[in-house]
Write a protein that binds this ligand. Structure first.
Ligand code: FAD
Ligand code: NAP
Length: 321
């Protein structure tokens, strides 16, 4: 079986992992990136990106990620197309196992495995992704300026997304399946006070309705959960905000996770509960979830890992004298 040994291993090839790799490679740490089953991460599933700094014109998500990977390769990163299915943090070097049986050993590890938005699971929702159905208002809200939009969910994310969308739309509807929100009171107060937002209670989405040429979202069929009655809400954008799944299954019982399953890090750093393991990007951030913030924490993780290795090497030298 193949074994890959490196000083620094990066798990994940989204903006966080690739930025960590660029910084680590430029610091001479010869990082290896294990790409996972989604090389390039979440941005490869979208088209237009308008908020990544440095580009005046609209750029494409997959293109941006190809450029990041090319930059990481150019400065000396090695890539492994594999998915990690087991980790052993009980000793150093850490040992990780890939799906195909490859063993990876590393002195320090940067985890950048990201998070995936939860979707309602309707076939019509799947069909309308990118054509009116989105899971990120901060990313896509701008494309619906002046149009009627809806947000589905009742937590902090849904309320924040509804408030954010009022920057672009004067007609925002929040759809929630119960008669009370679980969002913080201060956010609820802002939501209820906003003249551009109305709330539809006790309702769930039965269908995303397509129309026109080219095909685009024209409405949502809503089901009243008490009566089963169906009604049509005309909207051109529908933002599903019912939570995210951080990709942390692998780390349960091995790293401290917060109550929502995200990797817990020390405030102001990327240090996890295991010395020498660092986490960056959406896997440790449930608030911002942007490419640029993921890249920012990726940079932090590489710098934290570099300092950790330097300290280890200094201590080893002293012990040898
Ligand atoms: P991700 O991009 O999620 O990457 C995670 C990586 O980890 C993947 O490469 C995956 O293969 C790998 N991985 C997972 N598990 C394993 C494992 N066990 N072993 C090895 N590898 C593993 N943000 C913006 O700033 N602007 C936008 O316009 C924008 N648009 C978006 C549109 C859509 C449709 C979506 C879904 C998101 C959008 N975002 C946008 C959000 C942005 O994509 C994320 O915030 C960002 O990608 C997070 O980066 P990350 O590196 O933390 O994780
Ligand atoms: P969340 O708190 O889990 O809320 C998810 C919401 O979606 C709930 O209202 C839930 O309804 C609803 N929902 C779930 N599945 C659904 C389905 N299949 N159909 C319809 N509705 C569904 O998720 P979140 O809002 O993303 O927040 C996640 C965590 O991040 C929380 O800890 C939150 O506090 C935190 N966060 C904090 C901030 C902030 O501090 N500013 C911002 C964003 C997120 P029910 O209420 O009926 O269960």
């Amino acid at each position: 079986m193949k074994t890959v040994s490196t000083r620094l291993l990066v798990l994940g090839s989204g903006p966080a992992g690739l930025t960590a790799a660029i910084y680590a490679a430029r610091a001479g740490m010869s990082p290896v990136v294990v790409q996972g089953i989604q090389p390039g991460g979440q941005l490869t599933t979208t088209t237009d990106v308008e908020n990544y700094p440095g580009f005046r014109d609209v750029i494409q998500g997959p293109w941006l990620m190809e450029e990041m990977q090319a930059q990481a390769e150019h400065v000396g990163t090695r890539f492994e197309w594999d998915h990690i299915s087991d980790v052993d943090f009980s000793r150093r070097p850490f040992v990780l196992t890939g799906d195909g049986g490859t063993t990876y050993t590393c002195d320090t590890l940067v985890i950048a495995t990201g998070a995936q938005a939860k979707w309602l699971g309707l076939p019509s929702e799947e069909h309308m992704k990118g054509k009116g159905a989105s899971a990120c208002a901060t990313c896509d809200g701008f494309f619906y300026r002046g149009k009627k939009v809806a947000v589905i969910g009742g937590g902090n994310t849904a309320v924040e997304e509804a408030l954010y969308l009022t920057n672009h739309s004067h007609d925002v509807t929040l759809i929630h399946r119960r008669d009370s929100l679980r969002a913080e009171k201060i956010l609820q107060d802002r939501l209820f006070a906003h003249p551009g937002i109305k709330v539809i209670w006790h309702s769930e989405v039965a269908e995303f309705v397509a129309g026109g040429t080219p095909e685009a979202l024209v409405g949502l069929d809503l089901r009243d959960v008490r009566t089963g009655a169906i009604s049509r809400l005309d909207v051109e954008g529908a933002f599903v905000a019912i939570g995210h799944h951080p990709a942390t299954e692998l780390f349960k019982g091995k790293l401290e996770l917060d109550s929502d399953g995200y990797i817990a890090v020390e405030t102001g750093s990327t240090r996890t509960s295991v010395e020498g393991v660092f986490a960056c990007g959406d896997v440790m951030d449930k608030l911002y979830r942007q490419a640029v913030t993921a890249a920012g924490t990726g940079c932090m993780a590489a710098l934290d890992a570099e300092r950790f290795l330097a300290e280890q090497e200094f201590e080893a030298l002293q012990a040898a004298e």
